[in-house]
Design a protein around this ligand. Structure first.
Ligand SMILES: NC(=O)c1ccc[n+]([C@@H]2O[C@H](COP(=O)([O-])OP(=O)(O)OC[C@H]3O[C@@H](n4cnc5c(N)ncnc54)[C@H](OP(=O)(O)O)[C@@H]3O)[C@@H](O)[C@H]2O)c1
Length: 259
């Protein structure tokens, strides 16, 4: 198992939720972490909090929009610089929710969610490959239980996650000969700000809705961002694992049915 100590890790969407939890988890284990998000204050706050609690400068925040080529390049350059010239791990956690009845979907909004959730991660992976070859590094995506359970009205988001889970296998095969591994964590329900940012619910309604799903989990509760970060850390270190989609969902995807 590869140690996270000294690893250079780039995390998109690190200003909140699962990306922020992953940044904390890796930094606490000695990684040099570079996070990005569009809101400067969010990435700055996460980096400051991590550096204060680890008494180090292990985390650096970059305001960058991953749908913009120049921002992607700036983010990767920052991560390589923060990692003293190296990059070991790219975690694509940035993602947006878009949902609605199929007959009401807007084309531009569909293109936007595919741009953020799928295309930007693909472009970033391509940019990172030259840096991941010398480190025999790893690319990690975040899938979703939406590929296992059908949520009517959530077709745009589910389709983006289906694309990422498929990409995991194809890119693992494509990059394996260069000793770059590719993986994906498939979370279930975790309380973050993804639905609130999409304007779907306020904090209280989002929390109530997720808690309402608790009984659909085999383990009877929703998950935490740290539990997803732990799975990302496993895949980052697991040197003979590639192409894996690791389900971490408390059993929500099982479709538990009492009859
Ligand atoms: N929460 C769940 O239950 C759950 C379940 C399955 C999968 N996931 C996946 O987990 C990942 C993380 O989501 P989360 O739940 O942690 O939600 P979150 O707290 O909303 O985090 C997503 C982050 O992505 C950033 N982001 C969005 N668009 C961006 C862009 N164009 N450029 C750079 N950053 C961008 C956002 O920051 P800015 O707005 O500042 O850019 C935000 O901090 C997503 O891929 C999501 O689909 C979540």
């Amino acid at each position: 198992m590869r140690s996270l100590e000294g690893m250079s890790v780039a995390i998109t969407g690190g200003g909140s939720g699962i990306g922020a939890a992953a940044a904390r988890h890796f930094a606490e284990r000695g990684s040099f972490v570079t996070i990005c998000g569009r809101r400067q204050h969010k990435v700055d706050d996460v980096a400051a909090e991590i550096n204060a609690t680890t008494a180090s400068s292990r985390c650096t925040g970059v305001a960058a929009d991953i749908t913009v080529d120049a921002d992607r390049r700036r983010f990767v350059e920052s991560a390589v610089a923060h990692g003293d010239g190296a990059l070991h791990t790219l975690i694509s956690s940035a993602g947006n929710m878009y949902r609605g009845p199929i007959e009401e979907l807007e084309e531009q909004a569909l293109l936007d969610v595919f741009h953020t959730n799928v295309v930007a991660g693909m472009m970033l992976t391509g940019l990172c490959v030259p840096h991941l070859v010398p480190t025999e590094g790893v690319v990690l995506f975040i899938g979703s239980v939406h590929t296992q359970r059908a949520f009517p009205g959530a077709s745009p988001y589910a389709a983006t996650k289906g694309a990422l889970e498929t990409l995991t296998g194809v890119l693992a095969a494509e990059l394996g000969p260069r000793h770059i591994r590719v993986g994906c964590v498939r979370p279930g329900a975790v309380f973050t700000e993804i639905n609130q940012r999409a304007g779907l619910f306020d904090d209280a309604a989002a929390k109530a809705r997720l808690e309402g799903l608790a009984s659909s989990h085999a383990l009877g509760r929703i998950g935490t961002a740290i539990e997803i970060a732990e799975a990302l850390a496993y895949l980052a270190g697991a040197e003979w694992t590639t192409g894996a989609v690791l389900t971490v969902d408390g059993g929500l995807g099982l479709g538990v049915t009492f009859a």
